[in-house]
Design a binder for this molecule. Structure first.
Ligand code: SIN
Length: 557
């Protein structure tokens, strides 16, 4: 049942050397690359193309206090409340204080955020910018672009800026494993990568050596059958860190977005998001019997924090009102024709399934959306391993705690990536010689990619919005038998590496979810419904020398 400590791949045939290599090309990775580029050589590697990750799909926007009627204290408080006791207040405060500058920085880089249509401008607001609200926010503080195309605008801006600044890019390059120092096996010296064709077939394997390796590869939404995340989001960076001996924390906190478009029973893979900003603009959730879902559940009703709304929808679906147990409805018809202007992407997605959101209720259901846990890192990207840095969704910095506040993640990616890039521009870690490449075919058994469907189904069925011990035990059994099926005969390819990484992540998520015997934030256990003060602790998971997972807890903030 051991998980691989190294991904099987053909022998390395080439080597390249840069100052900084960044793995991943979303907002965090590109921010780091852009900030470091003026004085260092920097290479971004992405297993697909630059915009294949989650940033491109973000709808809501970036949270930041711009309105003088809002305050840092409000934003800090909202983040801490959503994070359910596991945020690090100092880190949250730093993020919130730097958020407005990060938004203005993006604007200076050319990001076009939507202007305000307020007939009366907000007193004291010195830029013409629309501010909206999402779940858990006590004030309007989300900036957006193209209505619901905020992430695409951030991605475009950062891509153009990074490429214009001379950041080098290797597309279709899969990061396999960290390469450690020859003399210092605790120190990262580079990364072993595989170049593939567009279908993921390996064309060559090489080593990129660098003074700094930055993991910015995003989360692991694709470990579930239904997710808002694009296909590339397979937890590669977290699996790679585990294989390198780095413990990761709080993986059980998977945020389920309350409202992805429900396209019918059995819809799988990436689902179209129906942004929380739709509820921010006044939309209301109803069950199939026409009864409100959020009335009386939380003081903020439809704009309660995401974990609360997802849990309430799941509970209501379990009661099968009107005979419907797999979706509810979002009514935004009060917006009328304005819906199309404000939410063009959501309109297009709805129309694809024959729904006219200006006049009809939208069928929605929760789906995996954001990985709140990850590699333990500071907001400046430093980790416990020398030479290794991490930024963005792949990390656990203390900002999100047990449940991320909406639209704090793009902001964190810009703040954190830019801080790291500036620091590395200022000073690089010492370079170390890489250990020689070794061929370990048995340690690198791969999961046959045809089995990943089974994996995802088991995860969605047993490790979804609401969990219990018997379901989690079934998921552990299912992932265990998949781990036993992994074999040295499976051919290395992007698909088989992704499947193997998903398996590692799935085992780690289930192990963590079993261990946390309480409900907190986006980890809900029907057999342990209370939040237990004894569990104000982080749950750390590591991979031991033989490929078994170890669990430990460390004190919370
Ligand atoms: C949304 O638009 O609802 C998603 C925003 C986010 O996840 O931060």
């Amino acid at each position: 049942m051991a998980l691989p400590r190294r991904l099987k791949a053909p022998p390395t045939t080439w080597q390249r050397d840069v100052d900084v290599v960044v793995i991943g090309s979303g907002a965090a990775g590109l921010s780091a690359a852009l900030a470091v580029r003026p004085v260092r050589s920097v290479l971004v590697v992405t297993k697909d193309v630059l915009e294949a990750g989650s940033t491109q799909w973000a709808q809501g926007g970036l949270a930041g206090v711009l309105d003088p009627a809002d305050s840092t204290e409000n934003h800090v408080r909202d983040t801490l409340v959503a994070g359910a006791g596991l945020c690090d207040e100092d880190v949250v405060r730093t993020l919130v204080e730097e958020a407005p500058a990060s938004i203005r920085y993006l604007m200076r880089l050319g990001a076009a955020f939507d202007p305000s249509h307020d007939p009366v401008p907000r007193p004291g607001l010195d830029i013409d910018i629309a501010l909206t609200r999402e779940g858990g926010h006590s004030h309007d503080r989300i900036v957006h672009s193209g209505g619901d195309r905020s992430g695409a605008e951030v991605q475009r801006t950062l891509e153009e800026s990074a490429l214009g600044a001379g950041v080098d890019v290797m597309n279709h390059t899969f990061a396999l494993d960290l390469v450690m120092g020859a003399r210092d096996p605790e120190r990262v010296a580079g990364v072993r990568v595989a170049r593939t064709d567009v279908d993921g077939v390996v064309t060559s394997v090489g080593t990129i050596t660098a003074s700094a390796v930055v993991i910015a590869s995003g989360g692991y939404g694709q470990v579930f059958a239904s997710t808002s995340n694009p296909p590339a989001v397979t937890g590669d960076g977290i699996a790679m860190a585990l294989r390198a001996g780095l413990a990761v924390r709080d993986l059980e906190f998977v945020q389920f977005h309350p409202t992805v478009l429900w396209r019918g029973p059995g819809a799988r893979g990436q689902q179209a998001l129906v942004s929380e900003a739709v509820r921010g603009e006044g939309a209301i959730l109803y069950d199939a019997a026409g009864v409100r879902v959020m009335a009386g559940v939380h003081p903020q009703e439809d704009l309660a924090p995401r974990d609360v709304v997802s849990a309430a929808i799941s509970a209501r679906m379990a009661e099968a009102p009107g005979g419907v147990d797999d979706h509810v409805f979002l009514d935004a018809t009060h917006l009328g024709a304005r819906f199309h202007e404000r939410f063009p992407s959501i309109t297009a997605a709805c129309r694809e399934i024959g729904i006219e959101p200006a006049t009809e209720r939208i069928p929605v259901a929760p789906a995996a959306h954001y990985s709140c846990g990850g590699l333990t890192a500071r907001l400046d990207g430093t980790t416990a391993m020398r030479g290794l840095f991490a930024v963005g969704e792949v990390t656990s910095t203390g900002v999100h705690g047990a449940n991320r506040l909406a639209s704090n993640s793009l902001t964190e990616s810009i703040v954190s990536g830019t801080r790291l890039g500036r620091d590395l521009a200022w000073e690089l870690p010492d370079r170390v010689a890489p250990a020689a490449d070794v061929d370990e075919p048995t340690a690198g058994a791969l999961l046959d990619p045809v089995r990943s469907r089974e994996l995802r189904t088991a995860m969605s069925r047993h490790v979804g919005v609401v969990r219990d011990e018997s379901g989690l035990a079934m998921a552990l059994g299912a992932t265990g038998s998949l781990a036993r099926s992994a074999s040295g005969d499976v051919a290395p390819s992007r698909e088989s590496w992704e499947a193997t990484n998903l398996l590692t992540i799935a085992r780690a998520v289930v192990t963590a979810a079993l261990a946390r015997t309480e409900s907190r934030g986006c980890h809900r256990r029907s057999d342990h419904p209370a939040t237990d003060p004894a569990w104000v602790r982080h749950l750390s998971i590591g991979l031991d020398a033989v490929g078994d997972l170890d669990v430990a807890t460390t004190p919370g903030p």
